[in-house]
Design a protein around this ligand. Structure first.
Ligand SMILES: [Zn+2]
Length: 209
């Protein structure tokens, strides 16, 4: 069973330590370093002038893995990556799947599908793409899921639970419950911003009727 570990980052915590073994098979021989992109990490800090500084940087995880499992995880993480290009590609996959569902359940008869010609590529790409995204979530040994913007916490999914335990032991302070505790939903600034925006849009829509 895979496990999600929350890790506190920032100047109050030491750099993330990685077990010197493969996260998938546990071997300690001929390990290589693998880098996965976590995405943008943002933090707002008071500065010396008395104002606030917004720090935003792209964070990478750099861990040990054996060559046999490196390729798989690298491919999977590329598909799941939080980068502008991959966001766009995943968006195309989802549009393709919506198109495919429309075709399958729509009024168009199967034998007329070839008439669509090159337009058929989109639903096909969508189905293959979404299937590969599902594969990637299952296949990745170390997946940097996201940065929690309400705290300076990142989430990493480990496919192998024993490795997740070793990781927790090596990063005891940064993974401790008190440092990574999830903000209750009603205290999440982002959530309230979304609610306010949605209410505002509904209000405007009503006004314009
Ligand atoms: Zn391995």
């Amino acid at each position: 069973m895979s496990q999600v570990v929350r890790v506190a980052i920032g100047e109050n915590f030491p750099e993330i330590q990685w077990p010197a073994c493969c996260p998938e098979c546990g071997t300690t021989k001929s390990l290589i370093r693998n880098t996965s992109r976590l995405g943008k990490v943002k933090s707002i800090r008071p500065n010396l002038q008395g104002g606030l500084t917004m720090k935003s940087e792209v964070m990478y995880l750099n861990y040990w893995i054996c060559p046999q499992h490196a390729a798989e995880t690298r491919w999977a993480n590329r598909l799941l990556e939080k980068s502008p290009v991959m966001h766009l590609i995943r968006f195309i996959f989802y549009v393709g799947v919506v198109f495919a569902i429309g075709l399958i359940f729509g009024p168009r008869r199967l034998e007329t599908f070839p008439d669509l010609g090159s337009l058929l590529a989109l639903p096909l790409i969508g189905i293959l793409g979404v299937a590969s995204l599902i594969w990637a979530r299952i296949a990745t040994s170390v997946w940097p899921i996201r940065f929690d913007p309400d705290q300076d916490v990142i989430e990493i999914q480990f496919r192998q639970a024993p490795y997740a335990t070793r990781f927790r032991v090596m990063n005891r302070e940064a993974t401790s419950a008190q440092n990574t505790e999830e903000t209750p939903w009603y205290k999440r600034a982002l959530l309230w911003k979304v609610i306010v925006i949605v209410l505002f849009i509904m209000f405007m829509a009503r006004l314009m009727k």
